[in-house]
Design a protein around this ligand. Structure first.
Ligand SMILES: Cc1cc2nc3c(=O)[nH]c(=O)nc-3n(C[C@H](O)[C@H](O)[C@H](O)COP(=O)(O)O)c2cc1C
Length: 301
């Protein structure tokens, strides 16, 4: 077996495979299918300072090779998470909290409350959600706004800070550089791509708020291109995601320069896919004679 360990800031992962926020609940919901201790980590559902209802239904639509969603960060708020969910997250894996907000202060306060949880060693800051009116993606689409959130959170959160970037921008490299300069320990990309579905028979848009975020295999080439560009432009680790559904997909992101990967929409098709991807990466490394996963990070010519 190859050495699959990687580091993201101060966070040590047993292997480079994490599950993506919003697609794997709190991990607990998948325990019948996956031994969570076989994963590098679980990035939990988006968490906000106040509880959020999310958007009205319908908020999902199937597309060719993917799906659209406009769930809108439905969650019970950070205090509920700390009191009721965190005590149940005792598995031997890294749980990462995905944090969203509507102002820099809001993000910072939410991060500060998570900072007190001993077994949570990292947060992923979602500055890229396309499905909420107040905040979300607004922070991820300009270098200045992205930096302002990261600076505020950096003051409040001393552990590993991962910043999740939006693909809905002209120049993702400028945003990645801005969050690196503002103190991020790592970046993850991509969040969903803004899209739309129309029901021709009813002559109306399918999703309740009109638009939604596209995910799944359809977005993989865009994600891979962005990971490649960002990995060549920053010195902090990059976590790649977007359409990963096989071990080969994951290897492609590692070759492009990602230190770790996240598996999202594919969990809906096969709830055990994340551990199959871990095993498949190991098999790839052994087949090609690599002793460590670190040997293939960013080596694509
Ligand atoms: C139903 C659903 C809910 C999501 N919720 C969140 C969320 O709360 N926070 C976040 O940062 N990303 C969220 N995402 C985005 C995913 O984490 C991921 O960035 C995106 O789906 C691309 O990866 P994939 O193609 O592997 O799914 C969500 C995606 C889906 C499909």
């Amino acid at each position: 077996m190859a050495d699959l360990r990687v580091n993201i800031g101060a966070l040590e992962l047993r292997n480079p495979v994490l599950t993506a926020s919003g697609t794997f609940g709190y991990g607990l919901e998948f325990e019948d299918f996956v031994d969570l201790s076989e994963l590098g980590g679980v990035i939990v559902k988006g968490t906000t300072l106040q509880p959020r209802q999310g958007n009205a239904y319908p908020r999902m639509a199937e597309t060719a090779q993917g799906m659209l969603n406009c769930v809108g960060l439905q969650n019970k708020g950070v205090d509920y998470f700390c009191q009721h969910i965190y005590p149940r997250l005792t598995h031997d894996t890294q749980f990462v909290v995905n944090v969203s907000g509507s102002s820099p202060e809001d993000y910072a306060e939410c991060a500060a409350r998570v900072a007190g949880l001993e077994r949570i060693r990292a947060i992923e800051l979602n500055i890229s959600c396309p499905n909420v009116r107040d905040g979300g993606m607004a922070f991820g689409t300009s270098p200045e706004a992205a930096a302002s959130v990261v600076e505020a959170v950096r003051q409040a959160y001393p552990k590993t800070l991962i910043v999740k970037l939006s693909p809905n921008v002209t120049d993702i490299v400028s945003i990645a550089r801005a969050v690196e300069a503002a103190g991020a320990d790592a970046v993850s990309l991509i969040n969903t791509l803004m899209g739309m579905a129309i029901d021709a028979e009813r002559r109306r848009r399918v999703l309740s708020i009109g638009t939604g975020g596209l995910s799944g295999p359809a977005v993989k080439p865009v994600a891979l291109r962005m990971v490649w560009q960002v990995a060549h432009a920053v010195s902090i680790p990059v976590i790649g995601l977007g359409g990963i559904s096989t071990a080969t997909d994951a290897v492609e992101f590692l070759l492009a320069g990602a230190t770790a990967v996240e598996v999202g929409t594919a969990n809906f098709l096969d709830p055990a896919i994340s551990v199959k991807i871990v095993r498949g990466i190991d098999e790839y490394l052994t087949r090609h004679g690599y002793a460590s996963v670190k040997d293939i990070i960013g080596i694509c010519e």
